[in-house]
Design a protein around this ligand. Sequence first.
Ligand code: KIV
Ligand code: ZN
Length: 499
Amino acid sequence: MRKIFIFDTTLRDGEQAPGASLNEAQKLEIAHQLQELGVDIIEAGFPISSEGDFRSVYTIARKVCRPVICALARSLKKDIDAAARALAPAKKKRIHVFLATSKIHLKYKFRKAEDEIIRLAKQAVRYARRLCDDVEFSPEDATRTQPEFLYRVVEEVIKQGASTVNIPDTVGWTYPEEFERLIKGILENVPNIGRAKIAVHCHNDLGLAVANSLAAVLAGAKEVHGTINGIGERAGNASLEEIVMNIRTRRDIFSGVFTEINTRQIYKTSKLVSSLTGFLVPPNKAIVGKNAFRHESGIHQDAVIKKRTTYEIMDPREIGIVDSGLVLGKHSGRHALSQRLKELGFNLKKSQIEKVFREFKKLADKKKEVYDDDLVAIVEEDIKPRKKKITLLEVKVLSGTKIEPEAEVKLRYQNKVIVTNSQGDGPVDACFRAVDKVVGFRPRLLQFKLEAVTSGKDALGQARVEIEYKKKTSSGLASSTDIIEASLKAYLEALDKII
Ligand code: KIV
Ligand code: ZN
């Protein structure tokens, strides 16, 4: 059996998605969850790109010990030095060096000849190896590079000590059969390929990132890059949960390979990444979309009751989706609640369960039925509150058909409690304007979306807000039974990242 190493780049390429910015504490929280999921390598960031990225990589390297922690660097000495410094506290570390090799990049981006590229790649890998034993090299835009030149680059960087060569489909250009041929070509034409592992890194511009990655695995690639929920530059990266579940589900096709992912942590990881990045998971998204295991047609429902596998090729429990059929309400006790929390993947102390129980009772008084999403929201808000620069303490709104909507907002900002009010085009706009007065600037609202995430009249409303300020976009996601409160919290979450 051949192990496929899972290289997660949610915190680097995933975070490059416009509007997906994460702060240091949020990145650390995701890194801890990726460790629970069992990924082999976490690409924690690109240290030279900003002070914040450097600090995040450093903190993750210090605190997350089981996976290899990786940092990205261009083929430049200053980038490699920054990566090595940021990785210093890591138990297991890797420097990932990249340099474009396609004709179009050589001609327009670098104005350099092929020999010069080879020289720079060799120099960068040699230098990185002086600082770190584990070096991965990526010839960027590999799928649009002349195969003969690609073979030469790969051979040379292996000679300099690269132990992994990653073949990126940077612009999502390739096709499964074509990519399979390229990987086989590398295996057949690079004489020293036995000394390194082949990795692949696919983008989703034509919707083929997962298919291409899997074709590469079948051709002999041993490491796959990807992100949770497939987030990333432009149309995103290959979605890791889809790759892992393909390998696990289609044993007939992937009979010789396996991953060491704890699939029961997939759903929880997906939810965490979605809530911290503010990127909603589309309902029809494979594996983790909320409709992925729902059956609407009566014929399907009937068949699933008789035999689940008639219409379900995976067991949702394998992904960590637990539906015990148990609906909690105001008469439910501590035991049922703690059982449910455990099934949802939360290992809480007795005192924490007690705290959740109190909040749960308050919510159950307002709503007849309490769903999993409600419980997750309680745990995230009350048990694992994230340090925030700006928090909502209270909101009051006055709105109606014949009055101009007005909001009074009480916030904690810079360790002070501040109360302001403002009018607006609607109650939500009035709230946002009141907050803008407190922080002293007015971001541009790029998107505002509201939807019910649970069912019934007393459903939880989930708001997503995307804003832009000084060319930085950021988004926030929040839920509440009160849609004004959800909208305001989502706005504050997005603003918090900008502050
Ligand atoms: O898409 C890409 O080519 C990359 C490289 C840095 C590996 O993200
Ligand atoms: Zn990429």
